[in-house]
Design a protein around this ligand. Sequence first.
Ligand code: DSN
Length: 435
Amino acid sequence: MDMVFRLIAKERKRLREQLQLIPSENYASSAVMRAVGSVLMNKYSEGQVGKRYYQGNVNIDDVERLCKERALKLFGLDGDKWGVNVQGLSGSPANLAVYVALLEPGERIMSMFLPEGGHLSHGWHMPHKKVSFVSKIWDVEFYHVDRKTRVFDYDQIERQALRFKPKLLISGGTAYPREIDHKRMGQITRKVGAYYLADIAHEAGLVAAGVNSSPFPHADVVMMTTHKTLRGPRGAIIISRKKLAQKIDSAVFPGLQGGPHNHTIAGIAVCLAEAQRASFRHYAKQVVVNAQVLASELAAAGFDLVSGGTDKHLLLVDLRTIGISGWVAAWALEYANIIVNRNTVPQETASPYYPSGLRMGTPAITTRGMKEREMRRIAGWIVAVIEHSRKWVLPEGKQQRRLFAQRFHKRLAIDGTLDLIAKEVKRFARRFPIP
Ligand code: DSN
């Protein structure tokens, strides 16, 4: 057997035996995987439905048309008012296509500050380093969460927008645990004459299910990835007001991309049909309930939840009050078969590689059928691992950290407490099937 298939089997075992708490991950259904692994990957189809630059696209046209129709239906949108593009390869290229379509180079973007939960593709730059290429092309300024509440103060965002005068205001990101007030963001953009891009990559499934509020009444463009709460393959959908749709199509192709990944578009079409079922609405509700139970259990154990809790699928824990680095905690949890993200937190005092927080989410474990009772057990394990791991203090200095990391991994591998929890978690996880 080709080594690759052995590795795939190993990954499948890992996905089954560990608890996947990374909020941007999920388990796509067998039907989605079947579509993505299909003959559709053989075809080139540059262009749009009915207007391709390659022959032989009769079936591909039908797949892409179906995908776009399903996207409109899922979000309750009128095809005369909204355009859909499903060719973006993933979230960052799809966001880039929106900027290329709506902005001239040098124009202004206002987006959320990355260390507080924004996204790289929203133009991340530091005072002396333009990290995202977006920040080299456009003039990007960031808005922040309130220092005290660690949630948005929309009046403050409005004052900043009136001063900065962006042409594009972006909401969304990767680690903001509260619902975005899309109505307020829409009002701000209209006041300053900007476009409003709602990046709902994380929340797409929750919006589709009506569990989080819809940005569509207020946004000019909505971008989402399809593999997070929406539970499809890795891809993206851009839905825009009809007057912008042509520009967005041209920005995706020929502006930025060549042939679309037709197998992925087929997988997206399958997941969009699945998301229309009542079972998906129940799933999305449970995702949020589970995240809220996890958050309240951790808060009860003395953890500092950024913003005090969550309205959605993810929570962000600031570990500074506990006195453990996010890097140490995330690795200790991995040895206990619990996979989370180490993450920066508002008013971060450490580096992104060794940040002060943990980000956790419930989309994947909810797909496996876990509910409130299981969340309480998982919270118990997380608390136990972190309490146990407080003794490992990350030193300062590059060289010291390198040496510490070597010793740390050796110790984790033979740690009796972590091993005991890892075995319990594995036994527990195996009871919940994966597609
Ligand atoms: N990297 C993704 C996440 O984990 O949130 C977003 O692109």
